[in-house]
Design a binder for this molecule. Sequence first.
Ligand code: SF4
Ligand code: F3S
Length: 106
Amino acid sequence: TYVVTDNCIKCKYTDCVEVCPVECFYEGPNFLVIHPDECIDCDECVEACPANAIFNEDDLPEDKTHFLALNEELAQIWPQICDQKDPLPDADKWDGVEGKLEHLDK
Ligand code: SF4
Ligand code: F3S
């Protein structure tokens, strides 16, 4: 499966939603997650994300491995998102900021 990681937080560009063939993204207030049982490993979303926030689970950097469980957990709770929308207002300002997990709204 593929995994959305911390750099999506407070950016939420949603270009990933537009390219996903199976609509397996789920949306929270300031972050998106992928449902691990629905992702078909097509790889399209990796290049599409302007924040480079999406990884194949096998390529997850060591400090981001906990995002796999977080995606699984939140995909059960949050609503599905099927259409691209505007990024969050300060997306470009937050792109690349370290330690964004503390800003995650659930
Ligand atoms: Fe969707 Fe493909 Fe990304 Fe999986 S790898 S979330 S199927 S775009
Ligand atoms: Fe987030 Fe990147 Fe999608 S910032 S909403 S994973 S395009």
